[in-house]
Design a binder for this molecule. Structure first.
Ligand SMILES: Cc1cc2nc3c(=O)[nH]c(=O)nc-3n(C[C@H](O)[C@H](O)[C@H](O)COP(=O)(O)OP(=O)(O)OC[C@H]3O[C@@H](n4cnc5c(N)ncnc54)[C@H](O)[C@@H]3O)c2cc1C
Length: 594
């Protein structure tokens, strides 16, 4: 479609800003950068971001709705990083689509799911992954970082510890190997650390309302970040002497250096957020007083109470310790003075972390006992691999029956061999003890790492907030709202133990809801529908090896907490970015949205 002279006479008299998308389109001065980088525009002549903005400015509503334009945008946000005016074109497309529905041009069911690249759809924070990868390919690191920071405040952290579900869905994986999305994210964040001026988002307006956040983990800090950008006065209350939650006192330093963690938290402080450390709600200030002082409250206290394994002897010895306390003490610089053989009980990431930390600190002889097999371990496979590399002894199908010892001194464990039968409600095969298989092993220290739950004692006086039988705060997964107006909850305290990126996603939703609540808007209005990742079979794509991550050798890791993964250099990042197919979104546009 070409614009003719008659098009320039608007058929409807619109104020540009009165038209949906007009506020954004008004900023456009027709430089054409968006069209230049848009992968859809390059493949589909019908699609041209600049022309769409132009039509909005001209008020050509009917032409817009009739045009192919709004069907093709794949929300990769590649345009957003080049726009000198910061127009988020996919935001424009969203309002156009909304308009198309409102005006009866399309059946709303067409847009029930928003199609995009499967990486972006799978990411709990819905980062514009194709967009930031395109930015890397063009050497525009600052713009790429800004795209990520629009969706989450912790690219350096998540570029190191995220279990990267996005990579599992990457269409490139059908050709050879998925794009190293996690490492590319880290690359951009690390480039920001070494730039002269670090990126701090602009604060949109100043608002008087005060918001309290309980807990400075990723959920709480993310909510603080977005609320501060909206201009609210935000105070985060944290009972520990450090900010970061489990990122600071759970995840070990060799996976997440503390200067990196603090550097990302510093940006949140730079936005004016006050983080009050060593300040426990329920002790230093009651929950009621907090509610009276603040217009909205976000509960994000995580899960810091370890579960007990429930075997005889568990409470009888000082050397039986839960992994949450064990890792927290070490991370806060108070390593316990144990000696001898250390056995960790459990199969999740916390078990692996406890074992690898113990090995680094003092122990030659560290073992993990897990009652299922390696296949069922909830720990990330690469963590298990690295633990084995570092000499941790993994014993599968082994469960403890009791802790042995006398006179307050532990001597070992009585264990049983297990067999796996049919799957339980978790979908994993259920372990049952093999009769007569008891055996004893030596142990001087036992670390119990079988899970954790929330400590909700600060709500103990009955504040009417609904709590589930699993001891999580009942919060709407879409809005983070609890049953009490003005009180929101999210992250591990609402979902049970999950991951950093899921806590981030929850914190982001909470911030959006709190913003709406304080403005008196419907908190459910405007929530984006589900993203749909478009799968397709790539054809005629040349194979290209995924860039390897450089790592410290096993010998170099011994006895230190130095970071194991060394990051991509510029050349590697550029090569890896070039492997991105970029066309996933276009496939979606044609197949799922039309
Ligand atoms: C050992 C370990 C390793 C992990 N490794 C990974 C990993 O590699 N990748 C990954 O994605 N996820 C990992 N996780 C999970 C991840 O860290 C959590 O899912 C995430 O931190 C949850 O975020 P959150 O903000 O909900 O809670 P948290 O991070 O737990 O933060 C909650 C904060 O609230 C504070 N608080 C609690 N009660 C109060 C109160 N009454 N007053 C004031 N403050 C309070 C706590 O001190 C804490 O700082 C790991 C977890 C553990 C335990």
């Amino acid at each position: 479609m070409t614009i003719t002279k008659s098009d320039l006479q608007p058929q409807f008299k619109f104020e540009v800003t009165a038209m949906p998308g007009g506020e954004l389109a008004k900023r456009c001065f027709d430089c054409g950068s968006c069209t230049g980088v848009c992968p859809v525009s390059q493949a589909e002549a019908a699609f041209d971001p600049r022309r769409i903005l132009h039509m909005i400015k001209m008020g050509l509503k009917d032409r817009l709705l009739d045009s192919e334009a709004i069907w093709y945008c794949s929300h990769c946000d590649t345009c957003a990083f080049v726009c000198p005016q910061g127009v988020q074109f996919s935001g424009v497309v969203d309002v156009l689509r909304e308009m198309a529905i409102q005006q009866g041009y399309v059946d709303p069911a067409v847009f029930e799911q928003w199609g995009t690249g499967p990486c972006k759809a799978t990411c709990p924070a819905h980062i514009s992954i194709p967009g930031f990868i395109a930015a890397i390919a063009q050497g525009r690191y600052a713009e790429g970082l800004r795209l990520i920071k629009k969706e989450m405040p912790f690219p350096a952290i998540c570029g190191r510890v995220c279990p990267h579900p996005c990579e599992g869905k990457c269409n490139r994986g059908k050709v050879d190997e998925p794009i190293a999305i996690e490492y590319l994210k880290r690359f951009l964040a690390d480039a920001d650390f070494s730039s002269e001026v670090r990126y701090v988002p602009e604060i949109e307006a100043k608002r008087e309302e005060k918001v309290a956040i309980i807990g400075a983990g990723p959920a709480g800090l993310t909510a603080a970040y977005y609320l501060a950008i909206e201009g609210y006065r935000v105070t985060v209350f944290e009972r520990l002497p450090v900010a970061g939650g489990m990122m600071a006192v759970g995840i070990p330093e060799y996976r997440l250096p503390r200067n990196i963690l603090q550097a990302e938290i510093d940006v949140i402080r730079a936005l004016g957020v006050e983080i009050k450390l060593d300040f426990e709600i329920g002790k230093d200030l009651s929950f009621d007083d907090l509610r009276n002082d603040f217009q909205a409250v976000f509960i994000s206290v995580g899960c810091h109470q370890a579960l007990k394994i429930g075997i005889p002897g568990e409470d009888d010895f000082e050397e039986v310790i839960d992994c949450i306390t064990f890792l927290r003490d070490i991370n806060l610089g108070k390593p316990p003075a144990y000696k001898g053989r250390l056995v960790v009980l459990g199969g999740g990431n916390a078990a692996i972390d406890s074992a690898r930390v113990a090995k680094r600190l003092w122990y030659d002889d560290v073992a993990i006992f897990y009652r299922r097999t390696r296949e069922e371990m909830p720990a990330s496979p690469w963590e298990v691999e690295e633990a084995i590399e570092e000499g941790i002894d993994l014993q599968f199908l082994t469960a403890p029956a009791r802790i042995l010892g006398s006179h307050g001194k532990i001597s070992g464990l009585e264990c049983m061999r297990m067999a796996l039968v049919e799957a339980d409600e978790s979908g994993r095969r259920r372990p049952i003890p093999i009769e007569g298989s008891e055996f004893t092993v030596k142990a001087d220290v036992v670390v119990v790492a079988i899970g954790q739950r929330s400590d909700l004692s600060f709500l103990a006086n009955g504040h009417g907030i609904d709590v589930s039988p699993r001891n999580t705060v009942e919060a709407d997964p879409v809005t983070a709202a609890t049953n009490i107006a003005g009180i929101f909850a999210g992250g591990d305290v609402a979902s049970g133990p999950r991951t950093v990126v899921e806590a981030v996603a929850f914190g982001k939703k909470a911030a959006a809801s709190i913003n709406r609540y304080l403005k008196g808007d419907d908190i459910r209005a405007g929530y984006r529908k589900d993203w749909k990742g478009v799968e397709f079979e790539p054809k005629d794509v040349e194979r290209a090896d995924r860039q390897p991550m450089l790592r410290l050798s096993v010998a170099e890791r011994a006895g230190t907490f130095d970071e194991v993964d060394l990051g991509f250099n510029e050349q590697q990042a550029s090569r890896e970015a070039d492997r991105c197919l970029r066309l996933c979104g276009i496939q979606k546009a044609k197949e799922s949205n039309k």
